[in-house]
Design a binder for this molecule. Structure first.
Ligand code: ATP
Ligand code: MG
Length: 416
């Protein structure tokens, strides 16, 4: 007990140094306090601070309000307010890329199939423990009082953080939102935490109930996205997805390649969507076409995203320059190279060299001959232009020759 107290005090002094609450937020908190309301930080921001992770978004639950309007009036004095969901009682503000969700204490009861079919009751005078009960895991239900500089920890989340455990809060309500299966797996993967035995049982119950089928693609995608982009070793999450049989496809043979890709991308500025395309391509490589389609239909309906994955799945990297030039017209070669690097399949240095030589690592081969060149050669615009351009591109791909040489070949082969 003494040790825990000591640890808590240690954490608090650490907090003073590093929990960087943006200035605009401090002004709002003070305004709320001066109006006799009680704001608390809660959820991911408190958890991530205690784990020494960077905090990007803040969740603040405000006690003592009689309505969402009272909260809105105060927030609007400071900034623009976006209403997220009236029934959930959440108002969002954003300043300098930092998002803050303000909510009113609430109690939720499942009444239908989707995540929106919750009966929600907002309360001004709920106790912290009762308000925290709707949250998923103990580590996500630690409250922080900025003014007293103290933590309120109704479900012993601090202990679980220390022991690196993912533990449900309320058995009865936990199974009411099947997204919690993905959230548990995601947190276990991101923080390298263990899911407690009893929590795993509940996750299995949810999987058995087929409730996962009622989740929207967007919600599943968001959780998988965090699993891949925020885990040092996403294989921890993939193993759990396999163990709980969440998808028909088993990812067993892909753990290492996924971890390698994670490592490769770690210190690179890489666009999120592009990274996700690579992760999913690795996961799905070599799987049966109908199973790939079924998997993808569960996670996204973004046509561009899905077609990038499908295109990469169809390609395998060749070493000759003709194939490479052709491939560059269909996919980004660097993507294929990164996938191969993750699988450690090939010696890639000669391929990379060729791509650099033709400047096709990150873009399609640039045709030497365009329509204007044909006009300059004295041809008048006609349907034959397409044939001539194809002829020129084909020559450029097959033979390593210059623009001038291609021009003279066009003059030889086509009549003006
Ligand atoms: P992340 O780092 O992924 O954002 P987070 O815990 O902050 O993690 P959010 O989705 O931002 O996740 O949610 C903020 C808080 O709201 C959580 O910490 C948790 O207390 C609560 N919460 C979010 N989603 C659920 C859910 N499906 N069931 C119960 N509580 C939830
Ligand atoms: Mg969050």
């Amino acid at each position: 007990m003494k040790l825990e107290l000591l640890l808590l005090i240690q954490k608090i002094s650490l907090y003073k140094q590093t929990f960087n609450i943006p200035n605009f937020l401090i002004g709002i908190l003070e305004d709320l306090k001066n109006s006799s309301y009680k704001p608390y930080f809660v959820g991911g921001c408190v958890r991530d601070f205690l784990l020494n992770k960077e905090i990007k978004d803040f969740d603040i639950e405000v006690f003592g309000l009689n309505s969402l309007e009272e909260l809105r009036t105060i927030l609007e004095k400071h900034t623009k307010v976006i209403e997220v969901g009236k029934t959930f009682g959440v108002l969002k503000i954003e300043e300098n890329g930092i998002e803050c969700d303000f909510s009113i204490p609430r109690v939720e009861k499942k009444v239908g199939k989707t995540h929106k079919s919750f009966e929600v009751k907002l309360f001004s005078d709920l106790s912290i423990k009762k308000a925290a009960k709707r949250r998923d895991f103990t580590i996500n239900a630690i409250y922080y009082d900025y003014f007293k500089n103290s933590f309120i920890d109704p479900f012993l989340g601090l202990k679980d953080l220390k022991k690196r455990k993912i533990r449900y809060i309320d058995k009865k309500s936990f199974v009411e939102d099947s997204l919690r299966v993905f959230r548990a797996i995601g947190f276990a993967s991101r923080f390298n935490f263990k899911i407690t035995k009893k929590t795993k049982h509940l996750l299995k119950d949810i999987v058995k109930s087929d409730e996962l089928d009622n989740l929207s693609r967007e919600r599943v995608f968001e959780e998988l996205k965090k699993l891949f982009l925020k885990s040092k070793k996403p294989s921890i999450g993939l193993k759990l997805l396999d163990e709980l049989k969440i998808f028909k496809i088993s990812f067993f043979g892909k753990y290492r390649a996924i971890n390698r890709l994670s490592k490769i991308l770690e210190n690179r500025e890489f666009e999120e969507k592009r990274a996700l395309v690579l992760f999913f391509t690795i996961l799905l490589r070599g799987e049966k076409e109908d199973e790939v389609l079924e998997f993808l239909s569960k996670i996204s309906c973004d046509k561009k995203f899905l077609s990038s994955i499908n295109s990469l799945l169809k390609e395998s990297l060749e070493d000759d320059y003709i194939s490479l030039k052709k491939q560059s017209l269909r996919v980004v070669l660097e993507d294929l190279i990164l996938i191969e690097l993750a699988f450690k399949n090939k010696n890639l240095s000669s391929i990379i060299k060729k791509c650099e030589e033709f400047d096709i690592l990150n873009r399609a081969l640039k045709p030497h001959i365009m329509g204007v060149d044909l006009l300059e050669l004295g041809f008048s615009p006609s349907c034959d232009f397409r044939n001539m351009l194809n002829f020129a591109l084909d020559l450029q791909i097959r033979e390593n020759i210059s623009k001038e040489e291609i021009k003279s070949s066009i003059l030889k082969n086509f009549v003006k």
